[in-house]
Design a protein around this ligand. Structure first.
Ligand code: FAD
Ligand code: NAI
Length: 460
């Protein structure tokens, strides 16, 4: 029986970052991971592989659509799917090995196997029991099932199967117009698949700024993705092809679509199977999340971070919670600012947001001003043939303090961080507007939107 200051269960972005930080703070640390490799959902079957395929497929699209305009002749683009998947696997391998290296460097013990909390301060992995002053639950999430849709990861796939299809399908029905559905739907659309997204609600990407939602849908439709909105999927029937049946919410009428592949992307749920939480009395929410407050559960010495607890299911949120909990365990004041957690959708164009939406501000009855700037008027965007989209900044009507940013357009996922930093420092829109921005950059669109919160943008 080995004894540790901290045992973290789960080696995803929450768990592995927490483990490294604990070790850096001088705590004797182990991380339990049941997968063959470290890195969790994100590195193995999530963020990283999906971005590898998004980038590769975007290159295909760029070559086929913009090269000729820019005077580059290619003689036609072909896709070697097996090689593209190989590229994806190589990217995963290099990332997960990187975490193994960091564990060795920081002297974090990797306890290989599935962990169970068998008592307060006690974690069992296989036949071995270890003691720990602190246990951190970082077990992440899994795909939420949908009644009538049986995932086989071959023809009816979750995101995991969609990242490893044997061939590029002729047609695909995506159930759910959330982040996974639109990112992976985009990958296959660009590779030539006929993609139809069936969404329960009337808008895509629930919770996003409504103006961004509308523009985003228009742009995806322009790329050829079809949408069936306000439709509740009833089931998928497996024959030679797949039949996806749905009911329209507005009139209860029923219809179906035949397709080669179905991607189920209707959300993820916390993963706590076999963890023994009942036995030690850890409190859960009605949605199966482990309850936490600043990372503390109701049981002394048991902490929680990442997808398995409340809040957005995002890798960087899990990482930040991992660092905060490590610092709290070490006696410091670990803290996460939940008001400034960016969200990015890595489609083309990218979509990024932070802070409050206009809808939330209206709901709160808060007076605000909105400054908007279209990429159409940005010199760099014109040069790069990526003029779709806009930057919208929201600021308090009286104090001018930045309250939110919503960007759809080139490099939105990078641009958003200027506003994150500004918001962390309590900056005003004028602070951003008065900061010199290099020309010609996409970032100038952010400055122009900040100017538009005041007297007006220069270039619109
Ligand atoms: P996880 O990454 O799920 O890791 C938990 C780990 O714990 C797993 O490896 C699991 O095997 C292990 N585990 C569970 N139970 C036990 C046990 N009892 N014993 C031992 N080990 C156990 N987020 C972003 O921010 N950006 C993105 O671009 C992005 N893209 C995504 C794309 C896809 C297709 C998917 C599915 C998700 C994506 N996400 C993205 C979400 C992101 O992957 C998660 O938010 C993130 O992985 C959560 O980290 P975590 O550490 O909480 O959990
Ligand atoms: P999601 O919650 O983003 O979207 C699910 C969508 O499915 C919603 O629009 C919902 O209305 C719809 N839906 C639910 N039931 C339905 C039904 N019966 N029929 C039709 N539509 C239905 O979930 P998603 O896309 O599965 O992603 C899971 C998590 O992974 C998200 O929380 C997200 O944060 C994370 N993720 C993050 C990424 C990023 O940051 N770029 C990329 C991919 C995933």
């Amino acid at each position: 029986m080995a004894s540790y200051d901290v045992i973290i269960i789960g080696g995803g972005p929450g768990g592995y970052v927490c483990a490294i930080r604990c070790a850096q703070l001088g705590l004797k640390t182990a991380c339990v991971e049941g997968r063959e490799t470290l890195g969790g959902t994100c590195l193995n079957v999530g963020c990283i592989p999906s971005k590898a395929l998004l980038h590769a497929s975007e290159m295909v699209h760029e070559t086929a659509h913009n090269f000729e305009t820019m005077g580059i002749a290619t003689g036609g683009v072909t896709v070697d799917w097996e090689k593209m998947l190989g590229h994806k696997s190589a990217v995963i391998e290099s990332n997960v090995k990187g975490i193994e290296f960091l564990f060795k460097k920081n002297k974090v013990d990797w306890l290989k196997g599935w962990g169970k909390i068998t008592a307060k301060g006690e974690v069992t992995v296989g036949d071995e029991t270890h003691s720990a002053k602190n246990i951190v639950i970082a077990t992440g999430s899994e795909v939420s099932p949908l009644k009538g849709v049986e995932v086989d990861e071959e023809r009816v796939v979750s995101s995991t199967g969609a990242l490893a299809l044997k061939e590029i399908p002729k047609s695909m029905v995506v159930i759910g117009a959330g982040v996974i559905g639109l990112e992976l739907g985009s990958v296959y659309k660009r590779l030539g698949t006929d993609v139809t997204v069936v969404e329960f609600l009337d808008a895509i990407t629930p919770g996003m700024d409504a103006e961004v939602q509308r523009q985003f849908r228009k742009l995806l439709e322009k790329q050829g993705i079809k949408f069936v909105m306000g439709a509740a999927v009833q089931g998928v029937e497996k024959g030679d092809s797949l039949k996806v049946s749905y009911k329209l919410r507005k009139d209860d009428s029923e219809a179906s679509i035949d397709t080669d592949v179905v991607l189920l992307a209707t959300g993820r749920r916390p993963y706590t199977e076999g963890l023994g939480l009942d036995g030690v009395g850890v409190e859960m929410t009605e949605r199966g999340q482990v309850k936490g407050s600043h990372g503390k559960t109701n049981v002394d010495g048991i902490w929680v971070i990442g997808d398995v607890t409340t809040g957005p299911m995002l890798a960087h949120k899990a990482e930040d919670e991992g660092i905060a909990v490590a610092e709290s365990i070490a006696g410091q004041k670990g803290h996460v600012n939940y008001d400034v957690i960016p969200g990015v959708i890595y489609t083309a164009p990218e979509v990024a947001s932070v802070g409050l939406t206009e809808e939330q501000l209206k709901e709160q009855g808060r007076k605000y001003k909105a400054g908007k700037f279209q990429f159409m008027a940005n010199g760099r965007a014109k040069a790069n043939l990526v003029t779709d989209g806009f930057v919208k900044l929201l600021a308090d009507a009286e104090t001018d303090r930045l309250l939110g940013a919503h960007i759809i357009g080139p490099a939105a996922g990078e641009l958003i961080h200027e506003i994150c930093v500004a918001m962390e420092f309590g900056a005003s829109a004028e602070d951003v507007a008065r900061t010199c921005h290099a020309h010609p950059t996409f970032s100038e669109a952010v400055r122009e939107a900040a100017l538009a919160c005041g007297d007006g943008a220069i270039h619109s």
